[in-house]
Write a protein that binds this ligand. Structure first.
Ligand code: NAI
Ligand code: MG
Length: 335
């Protein structure tokens, strides 16, 4: 397959720990990758005067692929989210989050197999807010036909490629009639081109109840940006928590792989962060690079470690450190 070039963004908080874990596991597969590492967020702001230097965007446009750790976003004020800016600036319009049980991870449900497809470029994450007067602010929820059609097509193409049976559009069009209405209109239009896939619609609050009562009721969830964010974390909770769910941000010929979780400042530097989500994001990346055999080997390594239950981090019920868990995964990937 030759050598791949991949941009590596360690991020901050637990980011550098779990990104290094993923990098080592990927290296153990023997796939040759030339990593180009960049700082983003607060560290980059300090070093280069911008939390998202242009060099990062150019780097990812050049390689077409990046593996990214979580980046802390100041709350309420300060710079806006690097993750959101990356998605928008690189046209990473689809956020794909496969939610599956890993046997051995204690969770409320077994055999969950959901896919959250989240619109990644607009909606309430457009960052258009304004101060109306001293006591009033407004946030604009921007929805376009082009982005809505594009994400609906992505969800149905994904369903077709992976033989999924149902795509459910998630909305609140009963209240937010125009914007969620346009999102639904586009989903319906695209659905008509995929007669073999069942198309359903569900209001977001009712969907959350469905998922908690019985996640097996759903298959592929097609979500606008904000609902997709919320539903992803809820769905992660159904299969054992944020430590185990990977994500891909995908555009045309460009992709950034990461975890669903954030920088977890509460546990940073303690060597207890669960590296699974970033390692599985690495497996998704290998698959995207055409290194399917290596991707399978990484996934299998993770499954082996969980099924033995010996080297698990505290969030999934164990007492192992991050590095003990990584070593256990490595022993299966190398063998
Ligand atoms: P978070 O996902 O960082 O943490 C939520 C809870 O889950 C915490 O108790 C944390 O300890 C735990 N957790 C998360 N990942 C874990 C892991 N791998 N192993 C064990 N436990 C884990 O969410 P929070 O606290 O809301 O956000 C922290 C920061 O991360 C914020 O600045 C936020 O903006 C940023 N963030 C960045 C994201 C990204 O870069 N893609 C995504 C989400 C949040
Ligand atoms: Mg989130």
């Amino acid at each position: 397959m030759g050598q791949h070039t991949v941009v590596l963004l360690p991020g901050d908080g637990i980011g550098p720990e779990v990104v290094e874990a993923a990098r080592r596991v990927i290296a153990a597969t023997g796939v040759e990758i030339q990593w180009r590492t960049f700082e983003a967020g607060a560290k980059a702001l300090e070093m280069y005067g911008s939390p998202l230097p242009e060099a990062i965007l150019e780097g990812i446009r050049g390689s077409g692929v990046a593996l990214k750790g979580p980046v802390t976003t100041p709350i309420g004020s300060g710079f806006s989210s690097i993750t959101v800016a990356l998605r928008r600036k690189l046209g990473l319009y689809a956020n794909l989050r496969p939610i599956k049980n890993i046997p051995g991870v204690s969770s409320r449900y077994q055999d969950v197999d959901l896919v959250v497809v989240r619109e990644n470029t607009e909606g309430l994450y457009s960052g258009i807010e304004r101060q109306v007067d001293g006591d009033t602010v407004e946030a604009i929820k921007r929805v376009t036909r082009q982005a809505s059609l594009r994400i609906a097509r992505f969800a149905f193409d994904y369903a077709r490629s992976y033989s999924r049976k149902v795509v459910t559009a998630v909305h609140k069009a009963n209240i937010i009639k125009l914007s969620d209405g346009l999102f639904l209109e586009c989903a319906r239009k695209v659905a008509a081109d995929y007669p073999e896939i069942e198309y359903r619609e569900r209001i977001v609050d009712a969907l959350c109840m469905d998922l908690v009562l019985d996640p097996h009721r759903h298959d592929v969830l097609l979500c606008p940006n904000l609902y997709g964010d919320i539903v992803s974390d809820l769905a992660a909770g159904l299969v054992g928590g944020l430590g185990v769910v990977p994500a891909a941000n995908i555009g045309d010929g460009i992709a950034v792989f990461e975890a669903v979780h954030g920088s977890a400042p509460d546990i940073a530097g303690q060597d207890i962060a669960n590296p699974t989500a970033l390692i599985l994001a690495g497996a998704m990346m290998l698959s995207y690079l055409g290194e399917e055999e290596a991707a399978q080997r990484v996934e299998k390594g993770i499954r082996e470690v969980y099924s033995r239950g010996q080297y698990l981090t505290p969030d999934v019920g164990g007492t192992a450190s991050t590095w003990e868990m990584v070593d256990a995964v490595l022993s299966h990937v190398c063998s």
